[in-house]
Design a protein around this ligand. Sequence first.
Ligand code: ZN
Length: 357
Amino acid sequence: MSERVRRLRQLIDESQVDCLLVTGRENVRYLSGFTGSSGTLLIGAAVAQLLTDARYTTQARSEAPGFEIVNVENSWVELAAELLPDRTCRVVGFESEHVTHQQFLRMQETLSMVELKPLKNLVEGLRQVKDEEEVREIRWAVGLVDRAFSWFLDRVQPGRKERDLALELEFHLRRQGAEEMAFDTILASGARSALPHGRPSDKVLEAGDLVLLDCGVVHKGYCSDFSRTVLVGSDPEPWQNEIYRVVLAAQEAGIGMIRAGAKAADVDARVRAVIEEHGFGDYFGHSTGHGLGVQVHEAPRMSRFSEETLQAGMVVTVEPGIYLPDHGGVRIEDVVVVREDGAEVLTGTPKDRLLCV
Ligand code: ZN
């Protein structure tokens, strides 16, 4: 049985349930390897079953060899009701964040022979710390975007439409091997770059515009996340250079604090302090970063509200920004692996000065 399932069984035991129904799609994939859109895991001390329907049974057998594949004919809840009485499962945990209210009502009705116990973040907790195989897939996804960014820079020219540039970049990334985009690409220019999550629009790039790009791809189920800001033309205004330098100093200060044992909230505080010292505190409204893995946003949170202590093997983003309304904004984002003695930065694209293209 895989190390992941072994660790989960320990948590199941500590949570005082006899078995767990795993319904979160990313959690199912993380634990079993199964990539289909419809599957539920039933995991207990001596049980590891994947409940899926006829569309997926063949696929499930090859993707999830550690699991017994059970065919769902009607609904997985009804199938679970048939499977559970044979087992020693009296208290059954379920993922309260990955069950709809309708499913819950159905579970209450159909699984009335057991006690149902809502659980949160069990698998998400395991997912925080990556093994080296996971780091390798993330590194590849990060490297793909690094390479595509050089390609992209040649196409950043006055007269080009944000929407067209974003589309061409996505097409290029897919052709270079991305499974899919990890999230909707953010590409915003000029005053629109002050929108931290600006969607590519029909706006045309003009000389003097800041262009903020934030994109990521999925590779073997693992996400990357990347932001850089560049200037169209060769002549940055003093404020553009200034906010770029402050964001960079804040980002590097944050990365400098990352190591096993550091508090995520302290990293956020350090980043924020640099931006506040320069008088831009009101223009940095989001958190410093987030964990990254099979989902583009996962634990740990890198924010002032985070209670988490960083552990070796966590993979997080560091992505401060300054957004001046009606003027423009800058964000710089790298992906880093938390190591015992510091941060290993996976992102390779240079960031030492505001690039003029
Ligand atoms: Zn991000």
